[in-house]
Design a protein around this ligand. Structure first.
Ligand code: ADP
Length: 639
């Protein structure tokens, strides 16, 4: 037979990583990754939504503050044109006498006080200051040439002069509004009002509002944060820088650019700006991000920019991101727990099903086995019934056999009995005739001796007939009788006396005479058979010898009938106790003697067996129970 290699090859150690291990290795980093991703996504969404909400709110704020700013600026726009109505001003412009100058100075001083502006002054068409509200001050503009100022240049051409700048005399920043004073359609001079808008800045600071206003040049002219003031929100070209330097609009201010660290356009007019933090104020952060919303102010080229800090928003978005990450971790944990529980439940279920299946299998096997047992029980019952029937049949056959054996024995013995009885009868006839003659002769002693002999002979004949009757009686069932071995031997020898007389037998008797648990007649019957067989076997023996020995062995009585006859050959030994087995010629043997004897012994609870002594001959051993258990053997008298 060919060997199948895969079947007999040792299984190599598995190199595959088990799924459970993979799960344990990859699940925690995966969950962590998911937490971070979801947390970050939540952060971004929250930030975007927050910015949206902030920008909506910012729009409203921007609108509000722009309106405020516009109204603040517009408040003064009409004021320079008012001077057209004042005759002293036009007279001064036409004829600048010291009296008129004084008069106009006073007028302007009063007007300035009432309007709460910074200064009001009048210039001639060459740009020289003819009268001013601050004529009393040391840094009065009086007599100054301000023709280089853009507001003058615009106003003298009939355009509205709007200008934020730093005063060249005072170095003070302010908003200048100029108006060309006309007479008969001709500009004869320019009226200028300077206002300060710093009050707005203070208002913003009080309201904690971060905002700035950038002018047409992109220079921050108003700012809630002083650090940002006079910085440009966009890069200045060299030409612009030169022009500004020439006009001294911002005096000699360096006009550095306000450069954010980061700039991100969000929508039209809205962007995200990140500035370095003002470390003296904010020690926690190194950079601050703002939502910057810009709107142009009406009637001016200025822009108002509102800065809304995004730190709170960031913090809130961060919290929301963290919240989502924690929620994700919680959900993952719950899912894992649920999965583990599901697995435990399914394992339990599988175990229960396996148990149920095993139980069903067991019950099925039990049912099968029970059916088998029931069938074999039925079979056994059938066999028992058959056995009983067979036993009954056998018993009946055995009984028949016993009866047949008895009849055969009677038949067989009838000759010898007849011979037995003929002899005493002949003797009786002779003795009785002699006795009559002895009485007639008067020899009474001899006659009485003869009569005693006759009496003995009659007794013997009675015994013979009694034996015959007992022998022929059918013995049924168990034998609970009682017998004495001495009496039985005597009876058996009596029955066989006819044969023994002519035999020249040497008889050896050595046995204990104890009560045995067997019917007396049956014991005699057995002994007649055994002794008769022994005599048959010793026919050719010149010196026949017979041993009758009885003793207690192992609590039972062992009676041995041994002869020195021709013995039994090996083949015959196998069939000795079989019915109708005989080696005797003609009608001499029926083959029932040993069978019957063994049966009688068995019925008494004993046994019969044959032994074959090495010295020759045959020994039949009859074992019988004792009536009473006797420890010490008693030796009987040999006869
Ligand atoms: P039967 O005497 O009618 O033959 P038995 O049953 O008594 O029937 O004996 C069966 C046979 O056993 C005898 O034919 C004989 O061959 C043998 N046998 C019995 N007793 C002896 C003996 N003592 N010695 C030798 N042979 C014996």
């Amino acid at each position: 037979m060919k060997c199948d290699p895969p079947l007999y090859r040792a299984t190599p150690p598995s190199l595959a990583v088990k799924p459970r291990l993979i799960r344990h290795l990859f699940l925690p980093p995966l969950i962590l990754l998911l937490m971070v991703a979801l947390g970050y996504a939540a952060y971004l969404v929250s930030e975007r939504n927050g910015i949206k909400a902030l920008s909506e709110n910012g729009e409203r704020q921007l609108e509000l503050h722009a309106r405020t700013l516009e109204s603040e600026i517009n408040k003064y726009t009409y004021l320079p044109s008012v001077l057209e109505l004042e005759s002293s001003v036009s007279m001064l412009l036409k004829d600048p006498t010291p009296e008129l100058r004084r008069e106009v100075n006073d007028y302007l001083e009063g007007l300035n006080r009432r309007s709460r502006s910074r200064a009001i002054y009048v210039l001639d068409t060459t740009g020289r200051v003819l009268a001013t509200s601050n004529w009393r001050d040391a840094d009065s503009y009086l007599g100054e040439d301000l023709s280089f100022r853009a507001y003058f240049q615009d106003a003298v051409r009939g355009l509205p002069g709007r200008f934020y700048g730093i005063g060249s005399t005072t170095g003070e920043p302010g908003y200048y509004l100029a108006h060309g004073l006309e007479e008969h359609g001709k500009i004869i001079g320019v009226a200028v009002i300077k206002v300060r808008l710093e009050a707005l800045e203070e208002r913003w600071q009080r309201a904690r509002l971060e905002a700035f206003v950038s002018d047409e040049n992109g220079i921050i002219i108003l700012s809630s944060d002083p650090a940002r003031k006079l910085k440009s929100v966009r890069p200045l070209t060299p030409e612009i820088k030169e022009r500004l330097a020439r006009s001294l609009q911002y005096y000699w201010w360096p006009l550095n650019e306000l450069v954010p660290l980061e700039r991100e356009a969000l929508a039209e007019g809205a962007e995200k700006l990140t500035f370095p933090a003002n470390t003296s104020v904010d020690t926690e952060h190194t950079r601050v991000s703002y939502l910057a919303q810009t709107r142009q102010l009406s009637d001016t080229p200025w822009h108002l920019t509102l800065l809304t800090p995004l730190e709170d928003l960031r913090r809130e978005a961060g919290s929301q991101g963290m919240l989502v990450a924690v929620a994700c971790a919680l959900v993952a944990f719950l899912l894992i727990a649920w999965n583990e529980r599901r697995k435990v439940l399914s394992t339990r279920l599988a175990a229960r099903e396996a148990l149920q299946a095993a139980n069903n299998e067991l019950e099925r096997k039990i049912a099968e086995r029970t059916a088998d047992l029931r069938a074999s029980n039925e079979r056994l019952k059938g066999q028992i019934r058959e056995r009983r029937q067979a036993e009954d049949t056998l018993r009946r056959a055995q009984d028949e056999l016993v009866q047949a054996g008895k009849l055969a024995a009677i038949g067989q013995m009838s000759t010898s009995i007849a011979h037995e009885l003929n002899q005493p009868l002949a003797a009786l006839r002779t003795l009785s005739g002699n006795t009559v003659r002895f009485i007639e002769r008067g020899a009474l002693d001899t006659a009485s001796t003869n009569l005693r002999t006759i009496n003995d002979l009659v007794d013997r004949m009675g015994r013979i007939t009694a034996s015959l009757r007992a022998f022929a009686r059918r013995g049924d069932g168990k034998d609970h009788g009682q017998a004495m071995p001495g009496k039985a031997v005597e009876a058996a020898l009596g029955l066989l006396a006819g044969r023994l007389e002519s035999f020249g037998l040497t008889l050896h008797q050595d046995f204990s005479d104890l009560a045995l648990r067997i019917d007396q007649t049956r014991l005699e019957q057995i002994l007649v058979n055994l002794i008769g067989n022994a005599l048959d076997a010793m026919q050719a023996q010149p010196l026949p010898e017979l041993w009758l020995e009885g003793a207690i062995v192992d609590g039972r009585y062992r009676l041995q009938v041994r002869d020195n006859g021709h013995g039994i050959d090996a083949e015959a030994r196998k069939h000795l106790f079989e019915p109708f087995f005989t080696t005797k010629p003609g009608e001499q043997g029926l083959g029932l003697g040993l069978t019957l004897s063994a049966s009688l012994a068995a019925a008494a609870g004993g046994s019969l067996s044959a032994e074959h002594p090495a010295s020759g001959g045959t020994a039949f051993v009859l074992c019988l129970p004792l009536v009473q258990a006797i420890s010490e053997p008693q030796t009987g008298e040999p006869t």
